[in-house]
Every structure is written in C-alpha cells, then in structure tokens.
Design a binder for this molecule. Structure first.
Ligand SMILES: C[S@@+](CC[C@H](N)C(=O)[O-])C[C@H]1O[C@@H](n2cnc3c(N)ncnc32)[C@H](O)[C@@H]1O
Length: 280
C-alpha cells in the first residue's frame, strides 16, 4: 500500500475515535515507523510501504486510538526547540511552561546563577535554562526515580550534564543549600478536576505529576514555604500554577515575604506562572 492511502485509513480511524489531530498524528506515527522526518514523508507520499512496516504502524495507530498520548508512543516531545525523551513516568512538557522559561531567560541573560528545579520530570525546564545560561548551574530534584533517569539522559543529550546534578529527593528534605532561583511546575490539579480530565491525561500521565490535592495547592503551598529558607537573599521563585489559582497563590506569596515581579499569561489570557522575589 502507498503511504498516502495508509495515512488516510489511519487518519479516519483516529477521527472515529475523536482524536482531533488525526491527520497529523497519523503522519507522525508513520514517520516514526519509517524512521524519517515528517517533511521527508510528505514529499514522498507515493512510496510503497511493506507489510512489516504496515503492521508496526497499525499497532501504533491502535495505541493512539485508545487515547495514549502521541508523545508517549513516539517517546519524545519538543520543548523550547529541543527534543526531550519522555515516557509514562514523566509529565509531557507543555507549551505554557515554555512561557515561563522565556521570561526567566530574559531576567538572567548573561548571569551566573545556581538554580533549583523542584519536580524536574524530564528535566525540560532546567535543561532549557542551562542550555542558554552558559555559566550557570543547577540541581534538579524529583521523587520519581524513573523520571530522574530520563532527566539525566536528556541532560546528556543536550550537553548540559556537566552543569546539572539530579537528586531523588522531595523538596521538603532539602537543607544546607541556597539558590539564586527556584523554578517549579508542581502538581496543581484539584481533586475535582482530576476526575474530569481528558482520557489522554487521566489514563496515561503520572498521578504524582498532576494531583495537587483538594484545592490543587497542596504542593504549591509547601514549595512557597520551603523556598523562603533555601533561597539566597533577593532570590527568585518562578512557579507555574493552574488556570484559576492566581489570586490564592499570590496571597500565599505575599504572606511569605515574596514580592510579585511578573505574572505570565497564556494565549487565553490566564496567568499561568508567577515570578516573585524574596524580600526580608
Ligand atoms: C507537573 S510535573 C512537572 C515536570 C516538569 N518539570 C515539567 O515542567 O514538565 C511535577 C513533577 O513533580 C514531581 N513531584 C511531586 N511531588 C514532589 C515532591 N514532593 N518533591 C519533588 N518532586 C515532586 C513529580 O514526580 C513530577 O515529576
């Protein structure tokens, strides 16, 4: 069968299963099987695909039709123009997190800082920051050993492993170190929202990366409280938050001696990250 026909079949199957990105996903999955870039595939849609490859492709299409995220099937996700290895033990990096990275890079351009990334997951935030802040260095922590394994691989791939240490530890157990900047995209989904998430997320992404307790603020509150003790004087805390959490989180920050410097909004005009500074 030729590629274009195969893509059409697969795309229809995904469409029937209510996958909005059915055409793109089919193309990307066929590219994965052929070990080619999507652009290459699209310029040669009349190529014949052999039986073995069709079988492999159909298996991937079946996984996608069951709502498994594309990133888990192809084992990678682009973030800040870099490909990060991902698997079911890590949250899939999101574009709203890139908005926070962008602002942090503006603030610290050409500076030499020590960064802590709480809940590093794939390492996407810290690795992206350190790829550009050439003389800075960082510590990435997570309670998931399997996520840290991937974060280390990603750091090696992006040539920043000599500037990063990774540690399997909760932020609650960090003592005796002081950072210029703490970044965190902590779990912040409320228990109610957890129940109504799309299947792609609910069935596949790790609960410890998402679940922020009843009001979604369980981890955020503790991160803010801990940050006071492990930030250097004048240090900054950059926090990603949920859609409706700005008011509550800003109150918590002010109560804990943080001054809000920047609210970062997403394309729908919701504040999705806050950069604040510790004042004493
Ligand atoms: C929302 S994910 C963020 C992953 C990655 N930083 C990103 O932005 O894509 C939250 C991460 O926090 C980790 N985590 C949850 N509780 C933690 C804790 N107490 N200490 C450190 N990491 C924690 C989870 O394992 C998960 O990897």
């Amino acid at each position: 069968m030729i590629a274009s026909k195969l893509i059409n079949f697969a795309s229809n199957k995904l469409k029937q299963n209510k996958i909005l990105s059915h055409k793109l996903d089919s193309e990307l999955l066929l590219s994965k099987v052929l070990k080619k870039k999507r652009e290459e595939l699209l310029t040669n849609l009349s190529q014949k695909i052999n039986k073995k490859k069709i079988l492999s492709f159909n298996k991937l299409i079946l996984r996608r039709s069951l709502k498994e995220p594309l990133a888990y099937i192809i084992k990678e996700k682009e973030f800040w123009s870099k490909m990060f290895e991902v698997d079911k033990n890590t949250l899939i990096p999101r574009p709203e997190t890139e908005l926070m990275v962008e602002q942090i890079l503006k603030i610290y351009k050409n500076k030499k800082i020590f960064i802590l990334d709480i809940g590093t997951g794939t390492g996407c935030i810290l690795i992206s920051l350190l790829s550009e802040l050439k003389s800075s260095y960082g510590l990435g922590i997570d309670i998931s050993k399997k996520a840290l394994y991937l974060a280390k691989k990603n750091a090696i791939k992006h040539l920043v492993n000599n500037k990063i240490s990774f540690l399997k530890r909760s932020f609650k157990d960090l003592y005796n170190c002081k950072f210029d900047l703490i970044v965190s995209n902590p779990p912040y989904i409320t228990s109610n929202e957890m129940r109504s998430l799309d299947d792609d997320i609910k069935k596949y992404e790790p609960k410890i990366a998402l679940d922020g307790g009843n009001d979604g603020l369980d981890v955020i509150k503790k991160v803010i409280y801990k940050a006071k003790y492990i930030l250097k004087f004048d240090g900054r805390l950059a926090l990603e938050i949920g859609n409706e959490q700005f008011k509550k989180v800003s109150k918590l920050l002010l109560k804990n001696n943080f001054k809000i410097e920047l609210n970062i909004k997403d394309y729908k005009d919701n504040t999705r990250s806050i950069i604040s500074r510790l004042i004493r």
